[in-house]
Design a protein around this ligand. Structure first.
Ligand SMILES: C[S@@+](CC[C@H](N)C(=O)[O-])C[C@H]1O[C@@H](n2cnc3c(N)ncnc32)[C@H](O)[C@@H]1O
Length: 279
């Protein structure tokens, strides 16, 4: 309740700050607050043409990568609880596991959050192999967690995204926005690219491709300002088509959205998910 009220008041304050007469003064104030790391929550700042430009334009107050000691602790709640946004992925995984899919590559899978969270609702095949790739600090935390908590021994970790080669399913939930490369760039050189790609919780804009900065927080304290890539919806689908993938399913949710203060044309009012297949 209190958090909802704070968010509403913040929305009103930002609305006033963006009014034509006020924005000239308010914009540098916002930039200053973003740089001083005093804004609450996952704040966004600036619009850049590339990941490199965003990194160069990031304030020096925080690192610009997710590869931080705290990153493996950010989603502890998801180890036990499925989020509403996960259900389309649960649906598609249940169908793929009921078929012959046995090797899953979880790009940006953190410490195995989806592996642990989904197992309460999804029967895993006996011979399932669930391989997570994430940044080095998270992979190290994930290996330690799996040793303690994965009695079934199905979960593994790798430092190389190229280990997606030969897997049946590639899962990318909430991660594509943080990568220096696009997913088709990873997939195209693989000898045996995954037949199925499940994308979830991905910010796509109706027309524009750009990069902003996202302040990643732990317990409301900033740990990084990460370059955050937003792709135009049409270009996103075309890149997959060029890599040989067709859209089997596409969903979107307004539960996730992104507002970049003083950049109204770059707001994203819904996040997207896809099931792609390579025939
Ligand atoms: C928002 S979390 C999503 C976690 C999980 N997939 C989920 O859906 O709950 C983003 C994840 O991407 C990872 N990540 C960020 N940059 C990455 C990179 N360059 N390569 C691989 N993983 C990365 C982060 O460490 C984090 O685990």
């Amino acid at each position: 309740m209190a958090r909802g009220l704070t968010a509403s008041l913040r929305g009103v304050a930002l609305g006033v700050a963006e009014l034509p007469g006020v924005r000239l003064l308010a914009r540098p104030v916002y930039r200053h607050l973003f740089a001083r790391d005093v804004l609450p929550g996952n704040a966004y700042g600036g619009v850049f043409a590339s990941v490199e430009a965003a990194r160069a334009g990031a304030p020096a107050s925080l690192p610009t990568s997710y590869d931080q000691p705290q990153s493996g602790e950010l989603y502890a709640d998801r180890l036990e609880r499925v989020q509403i946004v996960d259900y389309p992925v649960l649906f598609w995984l249940s169908r793929l596991f009921a078929g012959d899919a046995r090797k899953l590559f979880d790009l940006g899978g953190n410490v195995g959050t989806s592996y642990f969270g989904f197992r309460h609702h999804l029967p895993y095949p006996d011979d399932l192999r669930w391989l997570v790739h994430d940044v080095p600090a998270v992979v190290a935390a994930g290996r330690a967690l799996a040793e303690r908590e994965d009695g079934a021994g199905k979960l593994g970790f790798t430092d190389s995204p190229q280990d997606a080669d030969g897997c049946d399913v590639l899962l990318c939930s909430g991660v594509l926005q943080y990568l220096d490369y696009s997913l088709p760039q990873l997939l195209q050189p693989l000898r045996a690219p995954p037949r199925h790609v499940l994308v979830n919780v991905t910010p796509l804009h109706p027309e524009r491709s750009f990069v902003t900065l996202q302040r990643v927080t732990r317990r409301r304290v900033g740990i990084a300002n990460c370059p955050y890539r937003v792709t135009a919806l049409g270009a996103f689908i075309e890149e997959f088509a060029a890599a040989g993938y067709r859209v089997v399913d596409h969903w979107s949710t307004t539960e996730r959205h992104m507002r970049i203060p003083f950049e109204p044309a770059c707001s994203v009012d819904r996040y997207h998910g896809f099931c792609f297949r390579r025939d």
